[in-house]
Design a protein around this ligand. Structure first.
Ligand code: HEC
Length: 158
């Protein structure tokens, strides 16, 4: 399959190429909710893409990367889980989960700064978003000097 996708990409069938690559989002690690967890983050600005509540999870390698001032070793994995804000309800209670995103340091992902980006629905199934057009822009703009990781060790001090 890999050879086929490389071949399709090389002959310029961009649609098929990006679909094949999007379908290769890694399965979500099973126990990531046991990883180091950030403080609870609430975005109340409705115009923001991140309206709602989210938590960032970092695996052991990623924790070391944050501690080193955002310099991450190959394989470091960071996951964000997003929850709805319940309208009119107590903001201290999370609504239902609505999306999950993942970044994993992978030197093959040359187009996106050496990080694999992937998005998932609330059910944990890959949502097939294209990492180059959907994800990388913001991370490049906000954190090119921090290994493309926007959050910092401060987000985990709670
Ligand atoms: C509109 C800009 C924007 C887009 C588009 C975007 N992100 Fe982010 N992302 C952010 C910001 C801002 C944070 C930091 C959130 C925080 O500190 O609470 C972040 C955080 C993350 C993190 C935690 C590590 C870090 O960099 O802090 C991951 C993982 C992540 N995003 C993955 C993705 C994926 C996968 C996509 C595409 C599906 C994506 N992002 C698209 C702005 C964006």
């Amino acid at each position: 399959m890999k050879n086929l996708s490389v071949w399709l990409c090389s002959i310029g069938l961009v649609m098929i190429c990006s679909n094949v690559l999007a379908a290769s989002a890694p399965p979500l690690p099973k126990k990531y909710t046991a990883w180091k967890k950030s403080e609870r983050k609430i975005v109340t600005d409705k115009s923001s893409l991140f309206y709602g509540i989210h938590y960032i999870y970092a695996d052991k390698k990623a924790v070391k990367g944050y501690q080193a001032g955002n310099r991450f070793a190959e394989g470091s994995t960071i996951i964000v889980e997003y929850f709805n804000l319940k309208a009119g309800a107590d903001a201290s209670v999370d609504g239902s989960r609505n999306m999950i995103v993942l970044m994993r340091k992978d030197k093959r992902a040359k187009e996106t700064g050496g990080w694999l980006f992937a998005g998932y629905g609330a059910d944990g199934k890959p949502s097939g978003l294209d990492p180059v057009t959907t994800c990388f822009g913001c991370h490049q703009k906000d954190a090119a000097q921090r290994d493309y990781v926007i959050s910092t060790v401060k987000d985990f001090k709670h």
